[in-house]
Design a protein around this ligand. Structure first.
Ligand SMILES: Cc1ncc(COP(=O)(O)O)c(C=O)c1O
Length: 408
């Protein structure tokens, strides 16, 4: 018998080296810690609706639990939800997906995880338009791929230009991420931009496209949302159209996401899910089915509130000296630029050299939590979520204005 005692500690995988929690979560944890010390903190750092889940969805979940819909659900999703998703894709997006081209997962985040897990090999590149939702590059690295940023500048309304895309595509490119309306900027990419992107993609037949349409219902000013797979049907076989209940129906805690895509990709993703989570909660899937069928009016009401707040934020930020703020046309974020504030010192004596300094000083001195743009790959900006009560937003804007006006 080997009696050698191994004195080293059990280790974590090398995959965890440099693997951080998203900056959005880190910032809200700091805000929470300050609030626990009794400070009057306003957190605009997290991207989640402040509304309650619509009543019809909650009632359906309750009934589902009582009716015994509490067994393991089918791995790829409950049939009634898949049918509701199929109908939604057809009616709202002009996309025809067979049922075996649709799957449900624990949030759109798990759709992304499944998709990357099913496709990425070491060295594969994922083209991530910046500024980006932090999980795209983090998940890419986690699964052995290499994220490649391509900047979507404020001058281009934070939209991806075909010429810039062409510069970063190589024979190693495996995925292109498209996220319109965008987190963090609220940008809605135009039909023309998407058509030109499709044109470039035709030159790179090995590239999958992850079209993250989770904010599609939050589009303002009469703008329209376009699904790439509908605009470029010849590319549909390599586009994964991802979506979910979290943002549209104020259901982030229910953890329901879904996607439509080519059968062989969906099949591989379901295989991964069968060996990881076994699918989304059966109760949540019942709630999401009701949301898709019956909650369009609730969505309209929420949208009106977001639109009102969006205008309020835009107005408040455009009055602040040294701050620029493009009019966001979608989602529930503003992404003001703070170039004019750099090199200054705050009332509390903090030197503001970059957006991280700004966000930290703002939290410490005015107790408002926002996320610095560097977390999303484009500085110097701040991402501010306006998915919060009007009065809270008004107070937050007052505090931010005070902070900016006192910079010297
Ligand atoms: C662009 C984008 N995609 C996906 C998600 C994840 O959504 P879910 O709650 O469905 O996992 C988020 C959440 O912040 C997001 O902003």
């Amino acid at each position: 018998m080997n009696t050698t005692v191994n004195t080293t500690e059990p280790t974590l995988s090398t995959r965890m080296d440099g693997f951080e929690a998203p900056a959005t979560i880190a910032m809200s944890m700091r805000a929470r810690a300050l609030a626990a010390q009794g400070k009057d903190v306003i957190s605009l750092a997290l991207g989640q609706p402040d509304f309650l889940t619509p009543r019809a969805a909650c009632d359906t979940a309750y009934e589902a639990a009582l009716e015994g819909k509490t067994k393991y659900p089918p791995i790829d999703g409950v049939l009634s939800l898949k049918q509701a998703v199929q109908k939604k894709f057809k009616e709202e997006n002009g996309l025809d997906y067979a049922l075996d081209e649709i799957m449900v997962a624990n949030g759109a985040k798990q759709i992304l995880f499944n998709a990357f897990m099913a496709t990425l090999n070491p060295g594969d590149e994922v083209v991530v338009p910046a500024p980006y939702w932090t999980s795209y590059p983090i998940m890419t690295r986690f699964l052995g791929g290499t994220p490649v940023d391509v900047i979507c500048s404020e001058e281009n309304n934070f939209s991806l230009k075909a010429a810039d895309l062409r510069k970063v595509l190589t024979d190693k490119s495996k995925w292109l991420i498209i996220n319109s309306p965008s987190n963090p900027t609220g940008a809605v990419w135009s039909k023309q931009d998407l058509l030109e992107i499709a044109e470039v993609l035709r030159e790179y037949p090995q590239v999958w496209v992850f079209a993250d349409e989770i904010y599609e219902h939050l589009v303002f000013d009469g703008e329209a949302h376009y699904s790439l797979a509908a605009l470029a049907p010849d590319l549909k076989d390599r586009i994964l159209t991802a979506n979910g209940a979290s943002k549209t129906y104020a259901m982030p805690g229910w953890r329901v996401g879904y996607a439509g895509g080519p059968k062989r990709l969906i099949k591989a993703m379901v295989k991964i899910q069968s060996n990881s989570t076994s699918g989304a909660s059966s109760i949540s899937q019942a709630a999401a089915t009701a949301a898709l069928h019956d909650c369009a009016n609730d969505v309209e009401e929420m949208k009106k509130a977001y639109d009102r707040r969006r205008k309020m934020m835009k107005e408040a930020f455009s009055k602040m000296p040294g701050v620029t703020c493009a009019v966001p046309q979608g989602a529930f974020y503003v992404y003001p630029g703070i170039k004019g504030c750099l090199g200054k010192t705050s009332a509390g004596g903090h030197k503001i050299e970059n957006d991280q300094d700004f966000a930290e000083a703002l939290l410490e001195e005015q107790y408002v939590a926002v996320v610095p743009g560097h977390a999303f790959g484009l500085s110097p900006y701040l991402r501010i979520s306006y998915a919060a009560d009007d009065a809270v937003l008004e107070e937050a804007c007052k505090r931010i204005a005070k902070f900016v006006e006192q910079l010297t």
